[in-house]
Design a protein around this ligand. Sequence first.
Ligand SMILES: Cc1cc2nc3c(=O)[nH]c(=O)nc-3n(C[C@H](O)[C@H](O)[C@H](O)COP(=O)(O)O)c2cc1C
Length: 186
Amino acid sequence: MPETHQLHELISRRWSPRSYNGAAVETWKLRTLFDAANWAASCFGETPWRFMVASRSDTAQFERLLGLLVPKNQDWAKHAGALAISVTKKTFTQNGAPNRFAIHDAGTAFGQLSLQAVALGLQVHGMGGFDAARARTEFGVPEDFEIGAAFAIGYLDGDGAPPAGRTRKPLSEIVFTGEFGTPAAL
Ligand SMILES: Cc1cc2nc3c(=O)[nH]c(=O)nc-3n(C[C@H](O)[C@H](O)[C@H](O)COP(=O)(O)O)c2cc1C
């Protein structure tokens, strides 16, 4: 990882596992994770993020959320310590105008939550593979809110090393200067 060797270890140690050990996540840790999310920056300080969460110690709610995932995700997410779904408020509260930054800001919150998880010995795995329409009706999410992503939170089973060969596009393909597509001289 030549371009990332100076990354903070919270970033370099984060990955998306499918190997959770079935242990519940302590309530104080769950609270800390969502506090980390809630301290993200947001346009006009709107804090558009909302979350539905189910600890595995609350079997009924955990199963309810698990049941929304596609079977392939259920296979491994059933061993997570908690499951959650992010939800985003689509309009600004002060004037009702569309907030086109809401998804951006919810993503920031999810990122902060994911890094806080690493600091607490946990790992988070995002999931698009779930029934968002059913999540809306299941949880009574109002129309003014967009269903975001599902995610699993938990402790790793055994050593739980990330898969070999994780890569990213080089910075030259994602950071530009002058004209879109022209690599920045970084
Ligand atoms: C919004 C979002 C949706 C995702 N959906 C799924 C999914 O449905 N199933 C799955 O196994 N992984 C899913 N992932 C995990 C990605 O595949 C993973 O983050 C990506 O391959 C990069 O790997 P890393 O997180 O270990 O760096 C999702 C991640 C995000 C952020």
